[in-house]
Design a protein around this ligand. Structure first.
Ligand code: M6R
Length: 366
């Protein structure tokens, strides 16, 4: 079953172009953006939605965090994202005009299911499940569903489920933007082109594997790592840190780069590799000055830099040029390089990549 691959995780990372193409098949060819992508009742459920609340755990929570940037900037819909296990046990203020979106690969995560039931018990009946398993408990509990078509994910570390969740959430963003009259035709066409091209763009990132492997060799001996990102790439830094912890057992933390001097900078020395996501976007100049702060403390920098970011290699500054800058969908490309990084770090460390210690694929208990 593994074919040319050594582990399911590696196979699943490399299946992402296909998983994305399958998930996005509904907009292939002449398909356009509409609520129908989320089922025949979606137009009714979406009408009058004033806010979005996303509930999920782990990697699926990170997908929600990325989508929050999209929903607020493109659809102008206020959005909050909450860890399911926190939401279900706290007193919150229910709002019937909120669309509750639960995100789950397995559809069986106990906390996410309970959070969905809790939201419904508070009178929030507009619910959507974004899930990879059609017959799962979470899908059955929600009124709308979007099934990602990642195919079975065996490795405990979630990879292709995450990128297909992002694809689904991009479609949701565009559908809500269109309903609100905030998606001019020309822009819709531009987003559709970018989405249809996404599998090819991801394929190009996969081709960076040899260089990423070389980086992994360099820092697999370290005990700690810091991941930095800004804006919609901050959740990608969080996802990179989670992946590294989960399968290589290297302690990793993620910070919004602007928070560096509010504490974590104190940790930076030559033994602390700092992995930075540097897309060529409006926050690039800010990020560059954060990186200088790291360098000034002797921290070794590993920078995934988009074409056009003009960050130069120098002593202690390693640059990996990303194939292209991908606008709103750029997080989908950047996460793939971080998946490869943690996979190869784990290989160097000799851990059980597909079944890391203490973890289960599907967390059906609290
Ligand atoms: O099946 P779900 O997406 O609901 O699972 C949520 C988390 O348990 C899961 O994403 C977990 O964090 C992964 N092992 C991360 O790689």
């Amino acid at each position: 079953e593994l074919g040319q691959y050594r582990h399911y995780m590696q196979k699943e990372i490399f299946e992402q172009p296909q998983a994305l193409a399958n998930t996005l098949e509904i907009i292939a060819g002449g398909g356009s953006i509409s609520p129908q992508l989320f089922g025949s009742q979606a137009a009714e459920v979406f009408a009058g939605v004033r806010r979005v609340l996303m509930l999920a755990c782990g990697t699926s929570y990170h997908a929600g965090l990325v989508a929050r940037y999209w929903l607020e900037s493109v659809a102008k819909v206020p959005c909050t994202v909450e860890i399911a296990s926190e939401y279900r046990y706290r007193e919150s203020v229910p709002d019937p005009d909120t669309l509750v979106v639960v995100i789950s690969q397995s559809g069986e995560t106990a906390d996410t299911l309970a959070a969905l039931k809790h939201a419904r018990s508070l009178g929030m009946t507009r619910t959507l499940a974004i899930c990879n398993v059609p017959e799962s408990a979470i899908v059955r509990e929600a009124c709308l569903r979007f099934i990602t078509r990642a195919g079975p994910e065996i490795g405990v570390a979630s990879t292709k489920a995450f990128t297909t969740q992002l694809a689904a959430l991009a479609l949701l963003t565009l559908a809500l933007a269109k309903l609100a009259g905030r998606l001019p035709e020309a822009e819709e066409a531009r987003y559709l082109i970018a989405l249809r091209h996404l599998p090819v763009a991801v394929q190009k990132v996969l081709e960076l594997e040899p260089q990423i492997e070389a980086w992994a060799q360099r820092f697999a001996a370290k005990h700690h790592a810091l991941f930095l990102g800004r804006g919609r790439h901050w959740p990608i830094a969080m996802e990179g840190a989670l992946k590294l912890k989960e399968i290589s057992y290297i302690h990793a933390e993620a910070y919004a780069a602007g928070e560096l001097k509010h504490g974590p900078l104190a940790l930076v020395d030559r033994d602390m590799p700092v992995i930075a996501i540097a897309p060529a976007d409006e926050l690039l100049e800010k990020l560059k000055s954060n990186l200088q702060e790291v360098r000034a403390r002797g921290g070794e920098l590993y920078v995934f830099a988009d074409a056009g970011s003009e960050i130069a290699e120098s002593e202690g500054v390693h640059i990996l040029p990303m194939p292209e800058h991908y606008g709103m969908l750029s997080p989908v490309l950047h996460v793939v390089s971080l998946q490869l990084l943690s996979y190869h770090a784990a290989l160097v460390k000799g851990t059980d990549v597909d079944k890391p210690r203490n973890l289960a694929k599907s967390v059906t208990v609290e």
